[in-house]
Design a protein around this ligand. Structure first.
Ligand code: GLV
Ligand code: MN
Ligand code: MN
Length: 407
């Protein structure tokens, strides 16, 4: 049994056109008009495939293929939002491979005991509304619905208002729902599978993640008449923090990674001393204890940098996800499926967050990785070869059938 490679390629092409950038990438931020068009396209394909489609209070979309018994479903899913100037594989590939699995079951007229459900999660990226994985977080009971609704984008627009505006504020409660298994296919977003000539990664778990927000309050003043000795420059303090955060990773070492990806400077003009800077800090490590250590160092890096410049600050450590190991039996199931699919594979850990991380708090969860060319993602160059995608999709198919049980 195999997926239809040409049909899968065509759906990657079609969905990839919605929100595509001139350089072949994708900008489809959560709950924008492009996201609505992407969702609408998916819902139409799900209905064509005979799925019963429902939408929950967080705009998560579920399409269910009935089973022959009254049992919890095998869920496959991912997301269709993207980062700005991102690629057409991150998230998209997981929902399209899930769709392809369901289309294949239909072609084969294969009945399963458990229902098989395709899930599309809202705002996985955290690019527009923070934190990332907000909707699976609500579903898992880790983020309050109220807090998620009140998340605001950089222009102050509320998540709830945007859900309503694009017509995806559903009525199904967004609460933990029973499932036989949750399976997510995703691009690796790192270099290992390609370097080792493998086409599938059997994911064992996801690193711990911590996000912080730092606001530095300097004194806005004229760039000309203000002597250097009386300045309190928020950006100078921020620059020290940036260097300090890089140093945290260098000094602690191991697998720790630290990133400052967002910086907002006010008033951000040529001839004023910056009065305020806000910046984001993203730190990840497989060990929760190492992340604790990194967060403690962050506190002193920020304090020292701001003291030196004589500026006030607020540091909020507002999001934390622990290291998440996947269900052992499910990891074995995925490994068997990879073997059955004829894929060259190995076990691997994810350095990126995924909805699977929150789903693992509700029920048995596993992931299938496929390689990322040059290890790159969250950029327009993101690319995965169709041979690898086919091996990944077939792995997903075999694992889903194994778990759902042929009737
Ligand atoms: C999601 O893309 C994340 O890992 O931040
Ligand atoms: Mn993703
Ligand atoms: Mn992503």
């Amino acid at each position: 049994m195999n997926v239809d490679r040409r049909r899968l390629e065509q759906s990657i092409e079609e969905l990839g056109r919605i929100g595509q950038t001139p350089r072949g990438g994708l900008t489809r931020l959560a709950l924008t008009d492009e996201d609505k068009r992407g969702r609408d396209w998916m819902v139409a394909r799900m209905r064509e495939a005979g799925l019963t489609v429902t939408v929950d209070q967080m705009g998560n979309i579920f399409g269910q293929r009935a089973g022959t018994a009254s049992l919890p479903p095998v869920m496959m899913g991912s997301h269709v939002d993207s980062v700005p100037t991102g690629g057409r594989y991150d998230g998209q590939l997981g929902v399209l491979c899930g769709l392809e699995v369901i289309r294949t079951l239909n072609d084969q007229k294969l009945r399963t005991r458990h229902p098989v459900t395709l899930a599309i999660f809202t705002n996985e990226e955290g690019a527009r509304f923070q934190p990332a994985m907000i909707a699976s977080g609500v579903m898992a009971g880790k983020i309050a619905l109220e807090d998620a609704y009140n998340a605001r984008d950089k222009d102050g627009i509320r998540l709830l208002d945007e859900l309503e505006r694009i017509g995806y504020l559903g009525s199904e409660p967004c609460v933990p729902r029973p499932f036989r298994a949750y399976l997510e296919l995703h691009i690796e977003q790192g270099p290992f599978l390609e370097e080792e000539g493998l086409s599938v990664g059997v994911v064992e778990g996801i690193v711990a993640i911590a996000w912080s927000r730092l606001t530095i309050h300097g004194v806005q003043d004229h760039a000309g008449p203000t002597p250097m000795r009386i300045r309190h420059d928020a950006l100078v303090a921020a620059a020290e923090v940036i260097g300090g955060v890089r140093r945290i990773a260098r000094e602690i070492g191991g697998d720790l990674v630290t990133t400052i990806g967002n910086l907002v400077v006010t008033p951000n003009i040529v001839n004023a001393i910056p009065g305020r800077v806000t910046l984001s800090i993203d730190m990840r490590d497989p060990q929760d204890a190492t992340l604790d250590q990194a967060l403690a160092r962050l506190t002193s890096v920020v304090r020292e940098a701001c003291e030196r410049e004589g500026v006030r600050y607020e540091l909020e450590n507002y999001w934390r996800v622990p290291y998440t190991p996947f269900d052992r039996d499910l990891v074995d199931t995925v490994e068997r499926a990879a073997r059955g699919a004829g894929a060259r594979y190995r076990r691997i850990r994810s350095g990126a967050g995924h909805d699977a991380q929150y789903m693992a708090a509700i029920g048995p969860t596993g992931m299938v990785f496929v390689p990322s060319h040059d290890g790159r993602s969250h950029c327009e160059e993101e690319f995965t070869a169709i041979d690898d995608i086919e091996h990944g999709a077939r792995t997903l198919l075999l694992a889903a059938v194994d778990l759902a049980g042929q009737a």
